[in-house]
Design a protein around this ligand. Structure first.
Ligand code: CA
Length: 220
């Protein structure tokens, strides 16, 4: 899961990024509104954590621009602006959630989980396919009721595939989901993690769609 973090406060941004990385998100961090606008144009994110008071372009303007372009990724506003009028303006501009500073990191993480879950169309908090169950809150995975141990990348790949269960995911989409900017990606890393997941979850769990990418296998 890849998150865009928009925060101009260096200390706070560093803390949020570290907290989200601990929760196994790939985090791209930008510090002004214009950089945020460009990042949202160029990359696919699962969610955006957006400060409002930003250099170059206000967060609300970034959000309005995003929604005008018809992009519906979940946006959580994280701001010191705590008046009711500010919250109304933020939500009316297209935010999905609004959290005021100061805040607790576990609450931010839980709200992001809920937003990403809803945007994936899943009504239940766990994701399930062919006897494999992934619980985003506890980050536990079971197969046939038995716990399965996954590395952080394997977990992230599985989470992506389960969140797009009816879609074919291209290798580059999966790479975008697994890695933040500047992280080294080997040429065949997605294949390697797919291989690991098949070993742990069954050879047919992930299907290769030749020339296109990967998809969950038939639930038999
Ligand atoms: Ca700010």
């Amino acid at each position: 899961m890849r998150i865009l973090l928009v925060e101009d406060d260096a200390l706070l941004g560093d803390g949020i990024r570290a907290g989200l990385k601990l929760a196994d998100y790939a985090v791209d961090w930008v510090r002004d509104g214009e950089a945020a606008r460009l990042a949202l144009l160029d990359h696919a994110y699962h969610a955006c954590v957006l400060d409002l008071g930003l250099p170059k372009r206000d967060g609300l303007s970034v959000l309005e621009d995003l929604r005008q372009r018809g992009r519906n990724l979940p946006v959580l506003i994280l701001t010191a602006r705590d008046s009711s009028a500010d919250k109304v303006a933020g939500l009316d501009a297209g935010a999905d959630d609004y959290l005021t500073k100061p805040f607790e990191l576990p609450e931010l993480q839980a709200r992001l989980r809920a937003l990403i879950r809803r945007s994936g169309g899943a009504a239940t908090p766990t994701l399930e396919h062919a006897g494999v169950v992934l619980d985003p809150a506890s980050k536990r995975v079971t197969r046939g009721g038995q716990p399965v141990t996954l590395s952080a990348r394997e977990y992230a790949l599985l989470h992506d595939l389960l969140s797009h269960r009816t879609h074919i995911r291209t290798r580059s989409q999966l790479e975008e989901s697994l890695y933040a900017w500047g992280e080294e990606t080997g040429s065949n890393t997605v294949e390697v993690y797919v291989h690991h997941l098949r070993r742990k979850l069954g050879a047919d769990f992930i299907r290769t769609v030749r020339g296109l990418g990967y998809q969950l296998g038939d639930a038999t």
